[in-house]
Design a protein around this ligand. Structure first.
Ligand code: EPU
Length: 336
């Protein structure tokens, strides 16, 4: 196989935070065979697997092999009157896949329009927005075991999806590379979900089509979230904390207007954006590392911030939130 391993490559173009670190080696793979070949050739190397690079904060040069998944392909592999199963290569861009679904009138991912990143990365953190999570359309995925190159199919239950979490971020962390994902999508008539505050208002006077929903989501995201092509960022930097009801009630006594969403039994999700906002950190900036002006859950790189500057800002936020609210914020972004 004539694959060329590049040496001393800057990862700046490959991560949406736009952090300039070097990788000792770099290779892009276009299919499973190339991936398996590289894994076997480079058994002893440290590996950094990259999809869209939209959920990682790089803090130093990487002394190993960065492997970028660049496979392409979207095809309907099964269908009946109601549903279509669509197989998508891991390297496809998530939003391009959403656009493909809209063109083909297949429903289920319209609320997830404009989420940056690749299709292969989507199951790892069970991406979600505007009341919908990936798990609601996920059917299965194919993955390759890093240590042996063997392929394995994971059904939905095996993935153990939770809020921004799955088995691939826990027990199997770093062990598998996802190579394709199968989605179960709904044909017309579609089942829609526009209950999320904000989306609901935007859709009031519109026809409730999946195309209009996706457009409304795109409009909301463009209003609130920075475009990673202009200002480096990775979307939400922190997860929204899920806390016991008793702890929430105690907070509610101090902050009558604290927003919340009911979560699992006995648990409440509190928006981290609200806490950061209360702390007066919305729009805070230290050099080129900042807290976004419109959505304080998003940390941004205004130009030349390095990974450690963003990390220091994140730690400052975490300690202030812990002091004021007694809550530990965990990061959604992987710090490398
Ligand atoms: N809020 C403030 N001040 C602000 C912004 C928000 O107080 O400046 C409060 C408001 O009460 C608002 C609440 O926070 O109602 C929630 O804000 P928003 O609807 O913007 O959503 P979020 O909880 O901050 C989550 C996801 C986003 C996703 C949106 C919409 C997480 C970690 N983040 O953010 O996902 O787009 O909901 O569904 O769950 C991402 O993961 O990268 C991401 C952007």
């Amino acid at each position: 196989m004539d694959l060329i391993f590049q040496k001393k490559i800057s990862l700046q173009p490959y991560n949406t935070f736009g952090i300039n670190v070097q990788s000792k080696q770099f290779i892009g793979v276009k299919n499973t065979e190339e991936l398996q070949y590289v894994l076997l050739q480079k058994k002893k190397e440290k590996l950094l697997i990259m999809g869209g690079g939209s959920n990682m904060l790089l803090t130093k040069d990487f002394d190993g092999l960065t492997l970028r998944i660049e496979s392409r392909g979207i095809e309907i592999i099964r269908e009946d009157k109601e549903f279509a199963t669509v197989k998508v290569a891991a390297g496809e861009n998530w939003h391009e896949f959403v656009l493909w679904c809209l063109e083909n009138d297949l429903g289920g991912v319209e609320n997830l329009a404009l989420i940056p990143g690749s299709v292969g990365a989507a199951p790892i953190q069970n991406i979600g927005a505007y009341g919908v999570e990936l798990k609601s359309v996920f059917s299965s995925c194919e993955a390759v075991l890093v240590s042996s190159g063997e392929t394995k199919i994971f059904g939905k239950a095996a993935c153990q999806f939770r809020y921004r979490n799955s088995i691939f971020k826990n027990e199997l962390k770093g062990q598998y590379v996802i190579t394709s994902v199968n989605f179960l999508l709904k044909k017309l008539p579609h089942t829609i979900n526009i209950s999320y505050k904000g989306l609901n208002e935007k859709m009031e006077e519109k026809n409730k089509t999946i195309q209009n929903i996706a457009q409304a989501v795109v409009d909301i995201r463009r209003e609130k979230l920075p475009n990673p092509e202009k200002i480096g960022n990775c979307g939400s930097f922190f997860k929204n904390p899920v806390i016991p009801v008793a702890q929430f009630r105690a907070l509610q006594k101090r902050y009558i207007n604290i927003p919340f969403y009911p979560d699992s039994k006995g648990k409440v999700k509190v928006p981290a954006a609200w806490m950061i906002d209360i702390l007066g950190l919305k729009g805070f900036r230290n050099g080129d590392a900042g807290v976004h002006k419109k959505q304080p859950l998003v940390l941004v790189n205004y130009g030349n911030a390095n990974g450690n500057a963003i990390k220091a800002l994140a730690e400052k936020i975490q300690s202030k939130v812990a002091m004021k609210f007694g809550i530990n914020l965990t990061t959604e972004v992987n710090i490398i």
